[in-house]
Design a protein. Structure first.
Length: 302
């Protein structure tokens, strides 16, 4: 049985009541975080209804209960942060006549290609990098800054509420999930951490686990991934492919095995070079090697 380090207290979210299967946290400005522990999202109550960001199958029909626990107003708008099914795969449970589903046009194209009935097509899309909209007197700023996670992913800024949504960008108080959240383009992921800090916000909702974050959490994640890059670059400089292959007794004609054992050795050396983050982030024992692998390949080929 694999042993894992206990989750430190600073990374634990709220207790999830068994009676509901979710917890709702008031973020201020009529914005609420809803989570079941593994995934989270947010909704805002306007004068006429509710604007929800994403509809995860992890939450499923619990989303309706969460919204109804705060307001009797109907769901009027659903914003897709990006196309991935783990974030919007329960949208079909909420779809009804008159519901406006908003997304970047690339997200709409990806959903169309997926042919997934759980993810209804958007009713409104936009192109380009920037879109502002007024929903019942609330200003929403939707920015597509690059493929830091997947094509079409958005930063969702509520300036007056001083709140930012950036689903799958990072995990507050924890190391990033597998391979920097399976970033489509690792250099863009690094840029995204800088870009997030250009927004004016107090609270950020990032889509996974049970905690919202702060600008300080963004800065901490940025520091962590910069350490990953420094360690990976030094390991790439010092670990020789032929020496690693010889040490592993790889047959000289098996080029694929050579490449595999070399990168494994690079990651092992990079992990040795990394400063300890155990007192600052949870999950480094789980995701460090995956993250270093993604960063090392990026340093090597990007």
């Amino acid at each position: 049985m694999t042993e894992f380090k206990p989750v430190p207290d600073f990374a634990l979210g709220p207790d999830i009541p068994e009676s509901t299967g979710y917890a709702v946290t008031d973020l201020g400005g009529d914005v609420y975080l809803v989570t079941q522990g593994m995934i989270n999202t947010m909704f805002l109550v306007t004068k006429n209804g509710v604007v929800l960001v994403d509809a995860s199958p992890f939450l499923g029909d619990k989303l309706l209960g969460a919204m109804e626990s705060i307001t009797p107003k109907p769901l009027t708008h659903l914003i897709y942060s990006h196309a991935h099914a783990d974030h919007i795969g329960a949208a079909h449970l909420l779809n009804r006549d008159g519901l406006k589903i908003i997304a970047h046009e690339i997200t709409g194209d990806l959903i169309k290609e997926a042919k997934d009935d759980r993810r209804p097509l958007p009713t409104e899309t936009f192109s380009g990098r920037h879109q502002e909209m007024d929903i019942d007197g609330v200003r929403f700023v939707l920015d597509y800054t690059g493929d830091w996670h997947v094509a079409g992913n958005l930063f969702i800024h509520l300036p007056e509420q001083r709140l930012l949504g950036a689903m799958d960008s990072f995990t507050p108080k924890s190391a990033p999930f597998f391979r920097l959240y399976f970033s489509a383009h690792v250099p863009a992921y690094y840029d995204a951490m800088d870009e997030l800090l250009e927004y004016d916000f107090d609270t950020i909702v990032t889509g996974h686990m049970a905690l919202p974050g702060t600008p300080e959490d963004v800065a901490t994640n940025r520091e962590f991934i910069r350490d990953l890059r420094t360690a990976a670059a030094e390991a790439l400089r010092t670990v020789d492919l032929k020496e690693a292959a010889a040490a592993a007794k790889v047959p000289h004609n098996n080029r694929q095995a050579e490449l595999k054992v070399w990168m494994d050795a690079v990651v092992t050396r990079a992990a040795e070079l990394m400063p300890s983050w155990d007192e600052r982030l949870a999950g480094t024992d789980i995701f460090l090697r995956d993250n270093l692998n993604a960063v090392a390949w990026s340093v090597f080929i990007d």
